[in-house]
Write a protein that binds this ligand. Sequence first.
Ligand code: ACO
Length: 393
Amino acid sequence: MAGKIREVKDAFGKVHQFAEGLEGVIATTTEICFIDGQAGKLMYRGIPIEQLAEHSTYEETSFFLLYGHLPTSRELGDFIRRLKSHRAVANEVFDIVRNLPKSAAPMSMLRTAISSLGHFDQDAEDDSLEKHYQRAEHLIAAFPTVAAGIQRIRKGLEPIAPDPELGHAANFLYMLNGERPTDYAARVMDVALILHAEHGFNASTFTARVIISTLSDMYSAVTGAIGSLKGPLHGGANERVMRMLMEIGSADRAEDIILQKLRNKDKIMGFGHRVYRALDPRAKILMQFSQKLAEQVGDTRWYDISKKIQEVMEREVGHKGIYPNVDFFSASLYYYLGIEVEMYTPIFAVSRVAGWTAHVVEQLKHNRIFRPRSVYLGPAHMDYVPLDQRTES
Ligand code: ACO
């Protein structure tokens, strides 16, 4: 065991040691992702993330995560064709979204919509591996359409049909904003999707693996993963980062506000990570793209505030291994791409579905149900008291 070890005596006097929050606990094996948190290194199936960000596309990275090898050009061409053919989503799914309260959070709407997709899969109960791979492809293809459609409906607009001439990232931006993105904007989104696609046994991926380990279905696993990603300690942090940048407003106010938050023992969103004790390599890449975009759009305010926060945080809590994580610079980057803040976490899901589904398939290949234990701290014994003999306390 590693990490923060807690020692407690249970209700019967027996002493137990355990890792709170499963920190450092090895739950099973994987071939999909390797992270060296001390050195700030991340690899998908052995390939450093920097190489994938520079040379790959989201489509190729998804194939690689799912099937375990880099595709040949024929395999990649076929995969892209299959993804394009599965981008469209049943109208009934959008009808469900239309009937949800307009005040619902996009991540909650996404959770409902993706869950409902399962009802339109006539083979949803077929648990052959072949069907799981097909379902994974369908989900990777459909997530951008569903997420973009949700945002259009929330704004009182009609969802935009996918454009088969556009790649995965460009088409997502097109369905979201209603206009074809520049090549640069499409490439930035493509890289952001590659960087968010996979990250080992994070909370949402673990959620998906726990669900599929009962031999439930892929839609349930992915729906549960969305719910897990939504939380501000996980994927929901990117939205909170942008709201914090807006609250700060200008780089010269950043230091005082961050110091006050630290004095209040507030967690600064976009900083810290269970695994990394060094700069998250994804944050490094996103920081560079955020800077370039800021210069291109001629508004460096959000990037400047981010850099000031980074400087203050490294000075104040860097010794604890607290550095920017993937959510920190993705916030300003998405802002510069013209994306509304409430869509930041759904974008994370649009990307991470590749990792989730790859893990679901891997879990099924050598499955054993996840069933840990807890230390019982309740009363050692109590007798049942009939209702008429109970008193109000
Ligand atoms: N701001 C200030 N201090 C922090 C932060 C932060 N963001 N994160 C950790 N710390 C401090 C803690 O206060 C603690 O200090 P202490 O030892 O003096 O008490 C120490 O660093 C260790 O922190 P833990 O909370 O034990 O770390 P844990 O591994 O449980 O939590 C987590 C990791 C949830 C990511 C945490 O760092 C956090 O809440 N960060 C902010 C939310 C965030 O950005 N989440 C996204 C993570 S990336 C992702 O999921 C995609």
